[in-house]
Every structure is written in structure tokens, then in C-alpha cells.
Design a protein around this ligand. Structure first.
Ligand code: SF4
Length: 350
């Protein structure tokens, strides 16, 4: 059976992004749009989400940022981390602006803040979506979301996406819809039925392990799944899909700038990567710039210098990880270290 990929994470897009990055471009950006998330309080939440923070970027600032990033070669914007993007009032204005600028977009969402008419806009703006869907057991999902009735709203949203033919699969078997499925002790047994649903509807299952960070720390002991159970889950997933399931690495981890909701450009303190959740532990980051005041080319140069300095001391950090499903994108972190080194060496030579 041909392997289904989530289009924004497809290996060919990652290869192209890394190629562009070695040429001195910044093809990708991560944007934490807002900390707002008021319709649920997931037990495994890895972010300080809830209320908007003071000083979050405004729509005019985001437009200016996108135009500045475009001059550096921006092709993809990943709205990821912190709160729920649909709760930002100008969310669809951003999608429209990105489409007008021919920049592709992918975002995580809980599916709880959408109105009926939004589906048409999601289609119109070519959205690529990673939607929270941990289980089809309503009671269990409400418990995970900490909100009675929330699961039903998410299921309705899925139905509407399907009924309105939102899901598109291109000739390379890449889809524009993924489900974010976080394995916990609560939903572990119900995950195979979500995978079956994904298979039937051409949805990429993005299976994650719980991260030991923020609110999730409080529930980690009670909910985290043991390695043996994850191995068993992985083999069930492989059997259902008919191939060895692997989550490809998001291209934003290396060839990108990571901008938080208040406009700071941040990198992972330990590794210099643009994703501080890569190791699924408490994020530790350093600020390397501010989109409100700094020249983005200078910031990108500083980021590269930080990375090149860090590389020799972080090899063991990657080698010591043995991810089962999600950490490192489902691929051994050591594989990513090799890729990281080769890209940074190419940049160093220039
Ligand atoms: S995991 Fe996502 S949807 Fe759930 S509370 Fe956190 S930010 Fe909100």
C-alpha cells in the first residue's frame, strides 16, 4: 500500500527546504500566533496557553513580518505552538494574505472555534491542517480536553470537512489533513480505530508521545504510556496502514526562523534547532532577535553561528535518544543529527 504523507511534512518538501537553506535562504517560518485557547484545557498541553499575552504581534506587524521573510525566500508558514490560532480575530485575514503572497500554510488546531461558513474559507485559502483527534470515545476525549461536550464539536468539525470535500490528496499521495493523536493511558486502546478512520478518509495520523513540559508535567506520571505499550501501538498502526509508520520531521526544525507570539525569534538553547520541543522535554530557548526591531538577515546569520558552535557538543544528546513513535519525527534523532551536521557544514563552507 502506498504511504500517505502530510503534504507540509513530505520528504520532498523537506529536501527542498534544506537545499534552499544551504543556499542562504530561509524557506520556512514557525509562528506562535497567540496564547489564547479558551475552549479546552488538554491534560497533555505542552504550552502556556489560555489567555492572550500582552504584546502579541498585531495583524499589520504579521503582514510586515511575512513580507520581510518573503525577501529571504519564505515558502511555508507553520502556525504551531502555544494556543489555538482560530481564536485570533484576524486568523482568516492571515490565511488570505498568505495565499495572496503565494506562501503555503500549515497549522495545528483543536477545531473548536470554527463557524459553519469557515470551511469554505479553509478550502479557499488552501489550508493544511493538523487537527486534534485523540479518540472517538466521546467520554474519554472530553476527559482529555477537560471540557464536557467539546469532543462532539470536534467530531462535527471533522464531518463538515469531509462533507465539504476539504480533504485533498495529490498525485504523490500527500494529504492536506492530519490528525494529531497524543497517546496517553486514557486513549491508548482507542487509537487503532482513529488510525482506521484516517486510512479510510486519507488523513495522515500524526501520533505523538506525551511531552514532559508545562501542564503535561502535572499529569505525566498518571497518563504517560510505557515504552512497551508504545512499541505494541506502533506495530498495530503498521498493521492497519500496511507499511511501517513513520512521522517525517517537520521542515521547520532546521531551515526556519521560529517567531513567538510577542515577536521574539527563538532557538532551542541545547541544540540551536528552531523547534524547542524536539526532545519532548521542557523547552529551553534563547532569544536571538526581535522581529519588531532587528534585521532578519542578521538574525539568521546569528542563528547559524550559534548552531555551528553548538554542533560538536550535542552529538551525544541526539545519540542517547531512542524514540519509538514521535520524538525526532519518528525517525531516530541520530539520523537528524547527521542531517543537521551536513547542512550546517555546507553553510559553514560558504
Ligand atoms: S493542547 Fe492545544 S488545544 Fe489543548 S489546551 Fe493546549 S493549546 Fe489548547
Amino acid at each position: 500500500m502506498k504511504k500517505l504523507e502530510y503534504y507540509p511534512w513530505s520528504p520532498k518538501i523537506l529536501d527542498n527546504a534544506l537545499k534552499e537553506y544551504t543556499k542562504g535562504k530561509i524557506p520556512t517560518a514557525y509562528l506562535e500566533l497567540t496564547a489564547k485557547c479558551s475552549y479546552c484545557q488538554c491534560l497533555y498541553c505542552d504550552s502556556k496557553s489560555g489567555m492572550a499575552n500582552r504584546g502579541e504581534l498585531t495583524f499589520p506587524e504579521i503582514k510586515k513580518l511575512i513580507l520581510n521573510l518573503k525577501k529571504l525566500g519564505l515558502e511555508w508558514l507553520f502556525i504551531c505552538g502555544l494556543g489555538e490560532p482560530r481564536e485570533e480575530n484576524y486568523f482568516f485575514d492571515i490565511l488570505k494574505f498568505l495565499k495572496d503572497q503565494k506562501i503555503k500554510v500549515s497549522f495545528f488546531t483543536n477545531g473548536l472555534a470554527y463557524k459553519e461558513e469557515d470551511i469554505k474559507l479553509l478550502k479557499k485559502y488552501n489550508a493544511n491542517i493538523i487537527l486534534k483527534l485523540d479518540t472517538f470515545d466521546e467520554k474519554v476525549f472530553d476527559k482529555i480536553l477537560c471540557k464536557k461536550g467539546a469532543s462532539k464539536k470536534i467530531y462535527d468539525f471533522v464531518d463538515k470537512l469531509i462533507q465539504n470535500n476539504f480533504i485533498k490528496v495529490n498525485s504523490d499521495n500527500e494529504t492536506n489533513l492530519a490528525f494529531s493523536i497524543v497517546a496517553t493511558k486514557l486513549n491508548l486502546d482507542a487509537i487503532p480505530s482513529v488510525i482506521n478512520f484516517c486510512k479510510k478518509h486519507n488523513i495522515f495520523p500524526c501520533v505523538d508521545e506525551m511531552e514532559y513540559t508545562h501542564r503535561a508535567k502535572l499529569n505525566y506520571k498518571e497518563l504517560a504510556v510505557k515504552d512497551g505499550d508504545l512499541i505494541e501501538l506502533k506495530s498495530k498502526i503498521d498493521k492497519i496502514l500496511g507499511y511501517s509508520y513513520k512521522r517525517t520531521l517537520c521542515q521547520g526544525i532546521i531551515p526556519s526562523l521560529h517567531i513567538n507570539n510577542v515577536g521574539k525569534i527563538i532557538i532551542d538553547k541545547r541544540t540551536g534547532l528552531s523547534c524547542d520541543w524536539f526532545f519532548q522535554e521542557d523547552p529551553a530557548y534563547v532569544e536571538i532577535g526581535d522581529v519588531r526591531s532587528d534585521n532578519l538577515s542578521d538574525v539568521a546569520r546569528n542563528m547559524n553561528e550559534y548552531r555551528i558552535k553548538k554542533l560538536p557538543e550535542i552529538e551525544t544528546l541526539f545519540l542517547n535518544r531512542t524514540s519509538i513513535i514521535s520524538a525526532g519525527g519518528g525517525t531516530k534523532p541520530s539520523t537528524w543529527y547527521k542531517r543537521y551536521v551536513s547542512v550546517m557544514n555546507a553553510i559553514k563552507k560558504k
